[in-house]
Design a protein around this ligand. Structure first.
Ligand code: MN
Length: 640
């Protein structure tokens, strides 16, 4: 039997924490080694949007599609691969691509018809048609009453784009969006002579109707005299042949409004944004994804902030467009933070913002998430966008840090709203982690001084010679010097004080005694660490620090999150994991003597963390009288 785990992919704009939950679940699930318990485990421990699908048997087209999904989840990629070794990947990919080209062509034709189709659900309400894809996340809340043919089409398009293109093709291009702004925004008055704006839309393999809707919303909802141009940057899409038709339609309406640039190879998000900036001529450049719809009054609050201070880089609040039924959910304004791996995440604003008790006020933000507006000349002065960043990830955090360090600031402006489709997964980036890691290390090397070690630790790499090519950084380092940008220490202390310093680590990484088996945090929820096959993902990351604590299952980047410490409960033979703060307060036995290659001995109970082979021949992680076992941690910070 062939078993395939298909994880629902967390969106990049989701918190890294949520992405980690998926990874942890996969690892935990695999610990159990039984299909039934994997499924039970997932349903029990993950919120519905993170359920994983378990598919048995057969090498059908639907499996092929699932396969491309599972391959896009790099965290569980090795797990999925080992389970799928019986499938001939190449063969499936080829059939899959051939099938796609026809589908895309048909779909694009539909999207360019202007005719408005009524909700399919309403028309066919009374006929009961079986659901062809009961396991598909697309049909979990959407798609009642679709014919079999329609279901097939919708499912196939979904797997190509990561959102509901079938539905998008039917919705009007100028659909109304719900009002999500604070009521105080409605009556705000903005200066008449605001700077004008070039809007850059970047995309790769985006559905035609989605791009059309983005353009339509920008034209309809930006005052004419403020909209200098719309620049479409196509980062070498391989799906859609052209959007020429749309181009000519709008050209008749407003000649010269739309400029189109196409890369002749895929160059990544950062380079696409850079290309857009290079072609822009407006006072302000607004860089947006192409799977967005701007809301009424989106531009004025951003432009007014930039007019008042040309060094402020501003972000709208992105309301969420659900990938399945495309409805818009209001997001509460929040700042854009990141962890030490440089994954971005939402975070509360500083206290002073909440004190104002006025949701229409801009709030300071440590970083940007990739959708932002800036004074075009100022952005150029601080080095524009780093063209040395590849594919996806980290480049937005780099920009945020650089803006702050080199004389500017970043704000989120809640009166400006942009509805943004959160994909169920990213079809265009099969291995996000490795691009992200590279970009993070690059940003750290250029801007983070001694703090770059934290990025290295977060990616569990050795401090010296991590061996990852980060491209040529000499030019960017030169820029740092020339601009006399502030040290990162200033940024951490003044802009982002909730970031932990991580200055007490002695050793980090995998902790093992037996070659193949490593200490693992065990099932979550739950607090019993176990021994498990080494898999080099977060649930197995351990840290030993100057406080003599052993932290298992990852190290938190922010002061508002707590780590889990290894504790000897004093009796019994199993160790536990406890919230380090709670353990400290309750004076639990959480301090351990350890040197590389020696025993892990509790300072109070004098018992040791050891490995024993049980009756069933499985190895277990236990606490007992020390028998002289010697542990090794993967990386040493200093030799100790
Ligand atoms: Mn996006």
């Amino acid at each position: 039997m062939l078993v395939c785990l298909v994880p629902r992919y967390a969106h990049s704009h989701d918190s890294r924490e949520e992405q980690r939950k998926v990874a942890a679940a996969s690892s935990n699930a695999l610990n159990t080694r039984s299909i039934v318990s994997i499924y039970d485990f997932l349903v029990k421990h993950l919120p519905p949007r993170f359920y994983l699908h378990v598919i048995a048997h057969a090498c059908t087209l639907s499996l092929a599609r699932s396969l491309s999904l599972s391959l896009s989840l790099s965290l569980s990629i090795s797990a999925a691969r080992s389970l799928m070794s019986e499938v001939y990947l190449d063969e499936i990919e080829i059939t899959f691509l051939f099938y796609n080209s026809k589908l895309i062509e048909e779909s694009d034709k539909k999207s360019s018809t202007k005719e408005l189709v009524k909700s399919v659900g309403q028309e066919k309400q009374k006929i009961v048609i079986p659901k062809l894809y009961p396991d598909s996340i697309l049909f979990e809340k959407w798609g009642d009453g679709l014919s079999e043919q329609e279901q097939k089409e919708a499912e196939a398009l979904f797997h190509l784009y990561g959102y509901n293109v079938f539905l998008s093709n039917q919705l009007p291009l100028d659909r109304k969006l719900p009002e999500t702004r604070d009521s105080r925004c409605w009556t705000k008055k903005y200066p008449k002579n605001l700077p004008n704006v070039s809007v850059v839309l970047i995309y790769v393999n985006e559905a035609l109707s989605v791009i059309q809707r983005a353009i339509r919303s920008i034209i309809n909802r930006t005052p004419n005299h403020l909209l200098k141009e719309i620049i479409l940057v196509d980062d070498y899409s391989t799906y859609s042949k052209t959007i020429r038709k749309l181009h000519s339609e709008i050209h008749k309406e407003q000649p010269g409004l739309i400029k189109k640039v196409r890369h002749n190879r895929q160059m990544g998000l950062s380079q696409s944004r850079l290309t857009g900036c290079e072609h822009a001529s407006g006072d302000v450049v607004a860089i947006l994804d192409a799977h967005i719809e701007v809301a009424e009054g989106w531009a004025e609050p951003l432009l007014a902030r930039i007019k008042a201070d040309r060094t402020v880089v501003v972000s709208p609040v992105f309301d969420k467009v659900h990938f399945d039924d495309l409805h818009v959910e209001r997001y509460i304004p929040a700042s854009h933070g990141f962890d030490w791996a440089l994954w971005c995440m939402y975070e509360s604003f500083g206290k002073e913002w909440y004190k104002m008790d006025d949701e229409s006020q801009p709030g300071k933000s440590p970083s940007v998430m990739g959708i932002f507006a800036a004074d075009r000349v100022f952005l150029g002065e601080i080095g524009g966008l780093d063209g040395g960043m590849t594919v996806y990830g980290g480049e937005n955090v780099e920009l945020g840090i650089r803006v702050w360090l080199c004389g500017g600031s970043v704000e989120v402006v809640p009166c400006s709203r942009v509805a943004h489709v959160e994909r169920a997964y990213k079809p265009y980036a099969p291995d996000l982690d490795s691009a992200m890691r590279r970009n993070a290390l690059r940003a750290a090397e250029i801007w983070m001084d001694d703090y770059k070690k934290n990025v290295v630790i977060a990616w569990n790499l050795p401090l010296k010679n991590h061996g990852i090519d980060i491209g040529d950084v000499s030019e960017r380092k030169e820029l740092n010097k020339k601009m006399k940008c502030k040290p990162f220490q200033w940024y951490r202390d003044n802009v982002y004080p909730s970031l932990e310093k991580w200055d007490n680590i002695l050793g980090y990484g995998m902790n093992n005694l037996l070659k193949k088996y490593c200490v693992d945090q065990g099932a979550v929820p739950g607090n019993i660490p176990i021994l498990f096959e080494c898999n080099f993902i977060q649930p197995q990351f351990c840290y030993y620090n100057t406080e003599s604590e052993i932290i298992i299952g990852g190290l938190k980047s922010h002061k508002y999150n707590n780590n889990r410490c290894l504790v000897d409960p004093g009796s019994g033979s199993y160790p536990t994991l406890q919230d380090c703060q709670v353990a400290k307060q309750n004076q639990l036995h959480m301090h351990w003597d350890f040197k590389q290659g020696e025993a892990i001995r509790n300072k109070v109970t004098q018992r040791c963390l050891e490995v024993a082979q049980g009756e069933n021949l499985f190895y277990a992680l236990i606490i007992q009288q020390c028998s002289g076992q010697s542990w090794r941690i993967q990386h040493l910070f200093t030799s100790f």
